[in-house]
Design a protein around this ligand. Sequence first.
Ligand code: MIG
Length: 914
Amino acid sequence: KFCLSVLSSVQDEAVDKSNFKKCNQIAFYRRQKLLHPGKSLYQVLLDSVTLSDENVKFQIIHEENKVLLQVEIYEIEGNIFRLKIDEVSPLKARYKVPDVLIKEPTTQKLFISHKEAGNFVLSSVNEDYKLQVTANPFQVELQSKGETVMSMNSNGLLYFEHLQPPPSDRKPTAQNDEAASDSSKEKQEDLGLWQEKFGSFLDIKAHGPTSVGTDFSLHGYDHVYGIPQHTETLLLKNTSDGDAYRLYNLDIFGHKIHDKIGIYGSVPLLLAHKPNRTSGIFWLNSSETLVDISTKAVAEHIPSAPAAEMAKQRAVPLTDVRWMSESGIIDVFLLMGPTAFDIFKQFAQLTGTQALPPLFSLGYHQCRWNYEDEQDVKAVDAGFDAHDIPYDVIWLDIEHTDGKRYFTWDKQKFQNPRKMQEHLKKKKRKLVVIVDPHIKVDPSYTLYSQAKDKGYFVKDRNGQDFEGICWPGSSCYLDFTNPEVRKWYADQFAFKTYKASTNILFVWNDMNEPSVFKGAELTMQKDAVHYNNWEHREVHNLYGYYQQMATAEGLIRRSSGKERPFVLTRSFFAGSQKYGAVWTGDNTAEWSYLKISIPMLLTINMAGISFCGADVGGFIGDPEPELLVRWYQAGAYQPFFRGHSNMESKRREPWLFGEKNTQIIRRAIRERYVLLPYLYTLFYRAHTAAEPVMRSLWIEFPGKMETFDVENEYMLGKQALLVHPVTEKEAKTVTVLFPGSEEIWYDFRKFKRMEDAGTVKIPVTLENIPVFQRGGTVIPLKTTAGKSTEWMTDISYELHVALDTEACAIGELYVDDGRSFQYLHKKQFLYRKFTFCKNILSSSCVDGSGQYHTTCVVERVIVLGFGKQPTFVTASSKDGKKKEVVFTYDTKTSMLTLGNLALSVDADWEICIS
Ligand code: MIG
């Protein structure tokens, strides 16, 4: 019980906001903010310009400190530009983020197309893009076919702190003396150049100030998105009168909503959208980063317009984005779109696509801190069957271990974990266990003693193993930035090493910001030292990324490369999509958290990570039953679907809230299972084509301004499903925006066509949330749900064909074994297309390189919006066999149902309706 009280006091402390910094408590932010918009002091040295096949290089000089910086500009295949700025001759190398780009990007040659005194223009080979470089002040403007899209340093906020020897090492020179005299001790402290205090914490900066930053102007844009993770609106807000958006991975228990402080994960990708164009800025820096945003109206920018033209200028929006990082170099990718889907492809080309999840992980997950012991696990598992609720995975939190020693079992509570897993396996279900990055300091714990001997822990500034307090008490932290540590860690998941682990056990990485109780802002001190002597400040936002990478690798390797891993991580960075899923951490069981989860998940999806979710029910506290029901209904239509609750929360299994609520939750979860063929297909698209699974409306309707700030509804997949979760207590109606005046929408459950367009009040009951299918789409579903995904393999399919104004529809289905890499290595998959046109529904192959045998059939087809009662329906397969199809037609809803079809999923066929 002692343990418990320590634990809750740690948590209580964490809620206290004074544990976390406001922007003005961050020294590099204060320093950068001393630089105000105006004429930049950087100038291009025009003599230094050199062109190669790869890039264009030149030097810039700071008028006052005379330090030379090297600028490199690259054009990368696929409408991407990269700008790098580093010191020409730094005292020591500066940190450049490794392991995030999936490969060295393929560059295209730029040439100088124009040169005049004071500036030059770089053109891409096809001349679609031009980069105008101005020498004094240094500025870069990026144009696409004559339209200025972005400019860099146009507000003169380029900022680069060059490395300097510590004051004590400096030879006395006139200049230094001067510097010393004008910098009183107080001022020094305020600037935090060589050390920085926060409360009782002292950060010693062995390498001194190293901050970098610059500004970008986004011309014509007043809608910007991205840079997760914050508990904020979809549309990024102006920061002029408050805190900047902070990208610094932190464990904030009981975090507040509508806050720009960083929580858990960071992806430094910002998207800007206007009706005819989407652009992106990917700021590749893993140190603490702050982003200031300011949108205003300015006179239209006409590149080199004559004075007469200037007089006719109109006001256009412009968004300034200022990026400030504590360290590293400036390495920024300008993604030129021009569509949102192009941006997603461009970002994926750099950082990879979403890993294809094993099918089970798209089912429902039941988690709690904690499922106590084997009996508890079995009882909860049996509860799902008793209540006829499907689920795939039960989770074990930290209490399942022997004293928070990960990779071990509490022998009292889990006497035979292997048998427990065999039991679950027989029921075609899985187990996920937690594996945190902190390692208990305990010489008799093999993991600790091995890591200690091998020198695998992060060091403190004095070179000793860094020790912090976490769940096990005194703990050391594995240095996942070291490839050797990652390999060793991955090996810990081998079945023979991880005792009593079996192939139905998968992994959850928590606390990997990393969370360090009693540490500054509950994380690791920035002057801790990693592999190759890099300070923690350089790699902070990458720590969790690396742990998940190593864990996923371990799960792949334990199966000799055959099986797909499932790893959930709390901390993430750009590229985490390659390794699994993320969730939004410790939310609270309140309506406002349900509501904010939608823009939060949409933002994470935009940043490349499709597989994400929020704890259903809210982690902290106890949801009233209505909130819990609404959360299940929302979660069922989101990518990662897991119920989870805190140790101090009451038990929350779906059947504990009365028969009526059980029934509604059961229906929501069953809807999810029936929809899995569609969801899995969407994940295949995310995996192969970088299309986000969950999409804000503007992505799907880029020309419709009314969609740009919508965050209470979204599209699931390619223009097909519109989902509007209910996030208000006792709601009797919700206001749904049906985007696109030319579209037809159908009620997804009642199949009837929606009469009105635009913004419509829709009555709701507790039974379900509004979901609509867009006309023009075919959605594949299963005809019924099973006990888990594995029980559903042979269940037949049903197609929902929703006709558009032309009476046409298309859709896709992807099928494979749902668990292995055979789809990749042996091309064992089916990728099918369904097309409805001229009263013929045909099934054809999208990708003939794939083959997968299944006996599964399409049993039923429902055609929505079918004009009139047919007289005759036939189905014919490729081999010429024709048969008559039984059908029913409902004149009221114009719905045609075709039954008993038994058409193979893996073969071509046609259904003709006359
Ligand atoms: O702060 O492992 O976000 O999901 O149940 C508590 C215990 C530590 C935080 C995670 C939460 C998990 C909990 N962990």
